[in-house]
Design a protein around this ligand. Structure first.
Ligand code: PLP
Length: 451
């Protein structure tokens, strides 16, 4: 099949190459070309790869048994079992869950829950949110205002969310001062958060929103040392809620089921440095792309307060969908049974090591970083370049048979260009080497255009 010259899709001005079938980490396009998937379907989603017959079977069985119940009229066992499983997997740090359909819905839900918590507690003045610049937390009108990627929001401005304040998102490699340690840099950002709180008045603030490992805003960025504990200390001092967005980095992608646990208990390690969110959002890998499911989870104090007030007020028709929940539980079961988090850690190390080794002499590569199977390759680009550098590399990768994600943006006047990799958790050693080979080849070809 050739690419048609007219598209009926709203998103595109020109027809796109279409994927017509898939297996494991490979897509076959309508042109006959085969593409190796370096980013789980394009957006860090299908973490178990394509064509997983166990997931398809689970989906069919649950649809036959019972396709749908409206959560306000009838409960269903599948959502109860999944909620229990996620809470247990968090080491019981999370106490309750609800299931929605997309990352944006989960983040909307997280913000609504946080607001509801304070209103039910008798503090209705609390209606300001602090998030970070740059950040992305979804595309629906509420959370669009919390994140701040211009390409996604400018045309819709002014948004309906005036009470949003932004502090810097950490990037030590670019913004750490000469002679400033990682810890000192984290302290500087925690101080910035504290002075922002003082300016707004803590009595007016709901809480702070952040991804534990930045994904969507400007490439993959694990936080600098002690960042989360220091931020959490400030939030505790002013009794503010910590809302974590694990839509992209969660569900095992970091090497732990919950990304916040991979940072706060492993990297920062020390006693007493544990950071536990009050509200947590998950999506993408949760249903591995077989179903559209996301989750919002609550820690002790939010759960207690919401229960005391008679339960959560939120309602979407497809909330707690039984087919979605059954598939997500199966995803979780397969991850555990096949020890896939070990594969995520091992293949993630391999990915970082091979990339660092093979790109060390390429001048347009600025930094390579990541955690688990979530890796960012930051390039030295400029916004005057059209198309942008990351988009050029992504395009060249595609021509060479590799699917990656590209991000471009600006922080403090500095251009950021990033390629994101996030292959499925079932990726093999050979596939990682192939991903690296195709990406490095593509970066070199683009770099040569500037020589
Ligand atoms: N939050 C983060 C961190 C994301 O990466 C995304 C999507 O990329 C979202 C929220 C929104 O998720 P969705 O596109 O499923 O609505």
């Amino acid at each position: 099949m050739t690419i048609p010259d007219q598209s009926f899709q709203l998103h595109h001005t020109t027809p796109q190459p279409m994927a017509i079938s898939s297996s494991g980490l490979r897509f076959t396009l309508s042109t006959g070309q085969e593409i190796l998937d370096g980013i789980s379907g394009g957006a860090a989603v299908n973490c178990l790869g394509n064509g997983n017959s166990e997931l398809v079977k689970t989906m069919n069985e649950q649809a036959e048994k019972m396709a749908f119940t409206y959560h306000q009229s009838l409960g269903n066992e599948e959502s109860e079992k999944l909620a229990k499983l996620l809470c247990e997997k968090s080491g019981n740090e999370m106490k309750a869950a609800a299931f929605l359909n997309s990352g944006s819905e989960a983040m909307e839900a997280a913000i609504k829950l946080a607001r509801e918590y304070w209103v039910e507690k008798g503090q209705p003045l609390k209606n300001h949110i602090i998030s970070r610049f740059p950040s992305y937390h979804g595309n629906t009108l509420g959370v669009l205002g919390i994140g701040n990627i211009p390409s996604r929001r400018t045309v819709y401005e002014p948004l309906f969310s005036p009470n949003i304040h932004h502090v810097a998102s950490p990037q030590y490699e670019r913004f750490g001062l000469p002679d400033e340690s990682e810890e000192a840099y984290s302290q500087r950002l925690a101080d910035e958060l504290e002075s922002t709180i003082l300016k707004i008045g803590h009595e007016n603030i709901i809480g702070f929103v952040a991804e534990p490992i930045v994904g969507a805003a400007l490439g993959v960025m694990p936080p600098p040392k002690r960042y989360l504990p220091l931020i959490s200390k400030v939030l505790k001092k002013y009794d503010l809620l910590l809302i974590m967005d694990e839509v992209m980095c969660g569900s095992g992608r970091s090497g732990e089921l919950f990304a916040y646990q991979s940072i706060s208990t492993k990297t920062d390690g020390e006693e007493g440095e544990k950071v536990v969110p009050d509200i947590l959002a998950m999506a993408k890998g949760l249903g591995s792309g077989y179903v559209c499911i996301s989750a919002v989870l609550t820690g002790q104090r939010v759960t207690d307060r919401i229960r005391k007030s008679g339960g959560w007020k939120n309602s979407h028709t497809y909330q707690n969908h039984p087919v979605n929940c059954a598939v997500a539980r199966k995803v979780m079961e397969i991850i555990e049974r096949d020890d896939l988090l070990t594969n995520v850690k091992q293949r993630g190390e391999q990915l970082l090591n091979e990339l660092r080794e093979l790109t060390k002499d390429i001048s347009i590569v600025f930094d390579i970083r990541g955690k688990g199977l979530f890796v960012g390759i930051e390039l030295n680009g400029s916004s005057s370049l059209e198309p942008r550098l990351a988009a050029r590399v992504k395009g060249r990768c595609f021509e060479n048979g590799l699917l990656v994600m590209a991000m471009s943006g600006t922080i403090d006047g500095i251009e950021g260009e990033c390629i994101i990799l996030g292959p499925a958790y079932v990726v093999t050693e050979e596939e990682i080497s192939e991903i690296v080979r195709l990406l490095v080849m593509s970066i070199k070809e683009v770099a040569e255009e500037f020589e």
